[in-house]
Design a protein around this ligand. Sequence first.
Ligand code: ADP
Length: 245
Amino acid sequence: MNGKILETENVTVSFDGFKALRNLNFNMDAGELRVVIGPNGAGKTTFLDVITGKVQPTEGRVLFKGRNTKRLSEHQIARLGIGRKFQTPRIYLNLTPWENLEITCNRNKNVLATLFGNSPSEERRTVAGLLETIGLSAKADIKAGLLSHGEKQRLEIGMLVAQSPDLLLVDEPVAGLTDEETYNIGELLLALAQSHSILVIEHDMEFVRQIARKVTVLHEGSVLCEGTIEEVQNDPRVIEVYLGS
Ligand code: ADP
């Protein structure tokens, strides 16, 4: 895919007069892996909410694949090709990783595929491939409730990928994970970035250094600066915002 996958133009979101986002201008290319950081209250969650249609911009507009998403419901925007991973995994704990992925694949099959294909063997290959990508082939048949926190996060990322979104929104995927689990999530996102556009919100700077090519810093609802991790870390405005918070 060429061009911009996501653009926000002068987006403001007001809650009872308080501006959680202020004239936010952001864009990212198709195929990019972008990390958005910012101190608490910077507007990161609201930013994801306005992209997914959970909240509407008070002013400005959001373009996904060049299309203005105004007046579309959350469900319609998801169907345009945006998948969102929340901080807490939303997986079926009583089912196995295999079953979790199978259900997600089935739910996202279109009507024609349901009537004429995919064949069961194709479906099995898809699920097996996803399990390999997320590193859970060996745990395909145990209850998901028995997985470690990091494995659950990877399973949910696999379920997101099973929906074939054009843009993956990933909210703080490594909160509460061990160093090893954090590293594994980073490697998984880097692998997925070969074939997906990914926007990650994250606090853990070690993790940001592992995955980020380009970082956007949000502050008080606007973009404070953008650049490589080295550029933003050395930016005096960023240092002030973080030390001051
Ligand atoms: P972050 O995710 O960067 O911590 P948020 O997007 O959650 O920031 O919040 C940005 C600001 O907007 C905060 O000051 C927060 O209190 C405020 N805010 C977020 N959602 C609401 C809401 N529904 N009503 C009122 N204020 C809100």
